[in-house]
Design a binder for this molecule. Structure first.
Ligand SMILES: [Zn+2]
Length: 427
């Protein structure tokens, strides 16, 4: 029978370790303009993986890299053949992002290992803290690069994607970071349901609910799957501003109607309490051809659409395509949607989720259940059939910006729940 209070006290006593790791992160990746920037497979990301590896080694953990240059920091178990427990998150960030998105999950894993060590726990199975590479799809336009590479399921073609700033391919970047893109292309894998008991991820909440409700920790119910059009366009016809309405094939008006139709669909789903979200992150006419006095003949856009159930995702995709067809017919334009990128829905393990809640009750830490509107590495593990669970930590000011505000107190509470679960699981 685990004494969760003793476990929580051991976590609290390791507060200086958490503080120093978060400070180190800022030191290694401060952006001169604002916040931190840790591009996927950048020098900053490399330095952070090295630095966390060194910190882990001083905690007595064995440090390894895989073909994608993900870092594994492992406390060896009594039975090395038993399925391992993996705790992790990503160490990259968006441009001028905040310090906690992703990194908090890796710090939590190291904290949990340190606290169990302090309590003299010799774990039954390996506990591996994973610093995941390249989760932020802003850099290569590909989601879950590090985790899907580790699971042997990075899609063909992803290695040819180019980083938006460097113009170099993912394969080149992986090789420069010491990885082996050919092993990833061959779908060699390090992790899977056969050798991984579960994947646990602690992450800051990216929405406002925990902060609004005054609750430090969220128990994640599921992670949405998505489909995306990274490179879509509406093609109409360039014409003179004097052209009559009925003769126009106006790409901007057609694309605007598309955006409003999706928004109306979302309102309908909201009213029916069916969670979804869509985002048109880019929406632009061609600067080489557009002009104030021309009817726009082309508009480029991106679409990200997400929801929590595979059936609902399929329904959304069908509805989106129906909207496209109807606008094409009425407005005499053509939608060229380009290739569709997809991420599967991530279901959370109900057993681990319930246990997180009961440990939190024991420790008198308030929690609430939440969906995860954003994508996370945990979804890649869930899709690969690894039992997966996630906790969110309260975070003021949203995420993917320099003002992310997670308190160390809240972080320690979530880490105490995580460590309590581990102490049970490895006894
Ligand atoms: Zn993240």
């Amino acid at each position: 029978m685990t004494d969760y209070r003793a476990v929580a006290a051991a976590v609290m006593a390791r507060r200086p370790l958490a503080e120093s790791l978060f400070e180190e992160l800022v030191r290694l990746s401060r952006d001169p303009t604002a916040g931190v920037t840790r591009a996927s497979y950048s020098d900053e990301e490399n330095r952070i993986h090295d630095s966390f590896g060194r910190a882990a080694a001083t905690l007595g953990l064995a440090v390894e890299r895989d073909a994608a240059a993900n870092t594994y920091m492992t406390r060896a178990g009594r039975d090395r053949k038993a399925k391992q427990i993996v705790i992790g998150s990503h160490l990259d960030s968006v441009k001028q992002g905040g310090n906690f998105d992703g990194a908090a999950g890796v710090v939590a894993g190291l904290m949990a290992c340190a606290a169990l060590q302090d309590l003299g726990v010799a774990p039954r199975c390996d506990i591996s803290v994973m610093g995941v590479r390249a989760e932020e799809s802003a850099w290569f336009g590909v989601s879950y690069i590090g985790s899907r590479a580790a699971l042997g399921v990075l899609p063909d073609g992803a290695l040819d994607a180019r980083r938006v700033d460097s113009g170099r391919t993912l394969a080149e970047h992986i090789r420069a970071a010491g990885g082996a893109p050919e092993a990833i292309a061959a779908h060699q894998r390090r992790l899977g349901p056969d050798n991984t008991r579960c994947f646990l991820e602690l992450h800051i909440e990216q929405g406002p609910l925990l902060d609004r409700d005054g609750i430090p920790v969220g128990i994640v119910m599921g992670i949405p799957g998505d489909f995306r059009f990274p490179d879509a366009r509406v093609v109409g016809a360039y014409d003179h501003v004097g052209l009559l309405r009925s003769y126009r094939h106006d790409a901007v008006v057609a694309a605007s109607e598309f955006a409003c139709a999706l928004d109306a669909l979302w309102a309908e789903w909201d009213a029916a309490e069916r969670p979804m979200a869509f985002t048109i992150g880019q929406f632009t006419t061609d600067p080489a051809q557009h002009a104030m006095t021309k009817v726009p003949g082309e508009l480029r856009f991106t679409l990200d659409m997400r929801t929590y159930e595979p059936e609902l995702l399929a329904e959304l995709e069908a509805k989106t395509l129906a909207i496209v067809r109807s606008i094409e017919q009425r407005r005499g334009v053509r939608f060229e949607l380009g290739h569709t990128a997809r991420a599967a829905v991530g279901r959370m393990d109900p057993g681990i989720r319930d246990k997180f809640e009961s440990i939190a009750r024991d420790l008198a830490i308030p929690t609430r259940r939440l969906g995860s509107p954003a994508s996370h590495d945990a979804a890649a593990f869930a899709a690969a059939g690894v039992p997966t669970a996630m906790m969110f930590v309260r975070n003021t000011n949203g995420s993917h910006n320099p003002d992310e505000a997670m308190t160390i107190d809240d972080f320690l509470q979530a880490t105490a729940i995580l460590t309590g679960w581990l102490a049970d699981a490895v006894a």
